[in-house]
Ligand binder design. Structure first.
Ligand SMILES: [Zn+2]
Length: 348
């Protein structure tokens, strides 16, 4: 048996160490490059809606990132989702405990005139939809309408019980001239092997700070927001249930497109047909397409490696041209009221 000297062992260990360091350096460089390799919003080929001379009495929705949308008819406001605090990528990846960003929430409520809020309705209970619902409810007299998990998020934040409403599926709830109906739907199957990430429920009051994994899905809803001027359907996550929207007619769809690209074009076609073709919507605004680890107000697309929205947008345009030629597909403009039903609004 050949004799291995101590020098040879040392030399071998050194070479192995150099190889490992080199490999890690290369991997880091590749990941850094991939993280910065993002499409530009202009690459989507989508444009904002331009309404000349919007009527005074128009119903509007102001997009505040992910699927947070402030509906307003001039008298009553209804807010879909509450997500202002935006934990960083580091906090999300490491599971660091996070809490609501009170100064930022105060700023947003002031800046966007959230002062006639009647209801807060999260699409589901993941942190990027429901993290700040309690903090917003406590700064208003709004009801929180959602699942039992959503109710527990509110309770953990000390929202009074008389502001918490666990929604009955398919039941209409009135807030001023708005009627809100929650229809059970599915979350996008974007986890491992088609699973829903952070599935499950929030079973007791969610006390903060907590890691983002504490906000469990708690069931997903299609949110139908009707008004005498028209109906908007908000789909927070890119999931659908076959036939669930058969009885729903909508003028506008706020179409959650997060991670849709990874689910493939065939899935996207079925999703489009279930949400847009079947409801007869004539106006579609994709939402939930930006990197949610960026601060509030910064709309940057995700790295292409994770979700290439420019490609998804190309598919959506092709689907519109195939099945729904009268449907307009618009990019929402952050923080600016979108006029939902320009033809129906009476001139005041
Ligand atoms: Zn989600």
């Amino acid at each position: 048996m050949p004799k291995v000297t101590i020098q040879e062992v040392k030399r071998y260990a050194k070479r192995t160490a150099v190889a490992i360091v080199g490999f890690l350096a290369l991997l880091t460089a590749l990941l850094t490059w991939a993280w910065h390799e993002r499409a530009d919003i202009a690459d989507t080929g989508l444009h904002p809606q331009v309404v000349d001379d919007p009527p005074d009495a128009a119903v509007t929705a102001t997009w505040l990132g992910v699927t947070m949308l402030l509906f307003d008819d001039g008298e009553t406001q209804v807010l879909v989702d509450g997500f202002v605090s935006r934990p960083t990528l580091f906090e999300a990846l490491t599971g660091s405990p996070v809490t609501c960003d009170a100064p930022m929430i105060n700023y947003v409520m002031n800046e966007y005139g959230i002062d006639r809020l009647a209801a807060i309705v999260p699409a589901h209970s993941h942190y990027d939809h429901a993290m700040d619902v309690g903090a917003i409810a406590n700064r208003s007299s709004a009801s929180i309408l959602g699942s039992e998990s959503t109710a527990n998020i509110a309770r953990g934040y000390g929202v009074p019980e008389d502001q918490i409403v666990v929604a009955e599926a398919g039941e209409p709830y009135s807030f001023g001239d708005f009627t809100v109906t929650l229809i059970p739907s599915a979350h996008a199957p974007i986890g491992l092997r088609g699973a829903v990430p952070l599935a499950g429920t929030v079973d007791g009051p969610l006390e903060l700070p907590a890691p983002i994994s504490a906000w469990r899905e708690g069931g997903s809803f299609s949110i139908v927001i009707s008004h005498p001027q028209g109906t908007t359907l908000v789909q927070g996550s890119a999931g659908y249930r076959e036939g669930a929207l058969d009885d729903v007619q909508a003028d506008v769809v706020m179409l959650g497109v997060g991670m849709l690209e990874s689910l493939g074009r065939n899935y996207t076609e079925r999703y489009w047909q279930a949400l847009v073709t079947s409801t007869g919507a004539t106006r579609v605004f994709p939402v939930h397409f930006e990197d949610q680890t960026q601060p509030f107000g910064e709309i940057v697309l995700l790295p292409k490696l994770i979700d290439n929205f420019a490609r998804t947008a190309q598919w959506l345009r092709a689907m519109r041209d195939t099945w729904d030629r009268d449907t307009q597909l618009y990019l929402p403009t952050f923080g600016q009221p979108l006029v939902l039903y320009p033809e129906q609004a009476p001139d005041a």
